[in-house]
Design a protein around this ligand. Structure first.
Ligand code: MG
Length: 217
């Protein structure tokens, strides 16, 4: 399944079969390298919160695990983001830009690989976020991010959605080799990206945005 350039697809983070985060993105390219998406500033998004409106990071995971949840609509704050999803791997690489549109950093989001869906009117990718991340400066110095959060959640395996801690670290270390070598996609590709100012910004989520998640094998 390939997505046509210009199409809007939903990048969705799922948690234990729930839709937990929805970001409508524009397909920039979809080729042998992977899927490249643009999330524009002010795009309509949705994020899972507890019934009382607090987010997962606003309470201990032990408390979060016992809550009921709902999806809170919002808008993407800050500059647009390029999301690159290489085929068949358990991470995506995001390119952050500053307010002037200059490349600011890479962000390796460790996530269980994207499953694509296409309902005709609407299409998307579902991933399972694995919380651990790598932040990469333009000079390719890097650091792990959210190790504490990852550890806190791993301590509650009956509620957590990451079954294999070692696999996540291992995938991260594999990507670090690419970073340190300056290999694609850390070779400067897309760091000069500029969105076409005429592209419409999705200010509402399209019907079907909360369709059931794709079951994983
Ligand atoms: Mg993450």
């Amino acid at each position: 399944m390939r997505f046509e350039a210009g199409r809007t697809v939903l990048y969705r983070i799922t948690v234990r079969g729930r839709v937990a985060n929805v970001r409508p993105c524009r397909v920039i390219s979809d080729d042998d390298r992977g899927l490249l998406l643009w999330l524009a500033r002010d795009s309509a998004v949705a994020v899972e919160v507890a019934e009382d409106g607090r987010g997962i990071r606003q309470m201990p995971f032990t408390e979060w695990a016992g809550m009921r949840y709902r999806l809170e609509p919002g808008n993407w704050q800050g500059p647009g983001v390029l999301k690159f999803l290489p085929h068949g791997v358990d991470h995506s690489v995001w390119l952050f830009f500053d307010d002037a549109g200059r490349f600011a950093s890479w962000y390796v989001n460790l996530e269980e690989r994207a499953l694509r869906w296409d309902d005709g009117d609407l299409a998307g990718v579902d991933v399972i976020d694995q919380d651990l991340d790598i932040v990469v400066a333009p000079d390719r110095t890097w650091r792990w991010k959210d190790e504490d959060e990852f550890a806190e959640r791993l301590a509650l395996p009956e509620h957590y959605w990451v079954p294999d801690e070692a696999a996540v670290w291992s995938e991260g270390r594999r990507v670090i080799k690419l970073i340190e070598a300056g290999d694609f996609p850390f070779d400067g590709t897309w760091t000069d990206f500029h969105p076409d100012p005429t592209w419409p910004v999705p200010t509402t989520l399209p019907p079907g945005w909360n369709r059931p998640t794709i079951p994983r094998p």
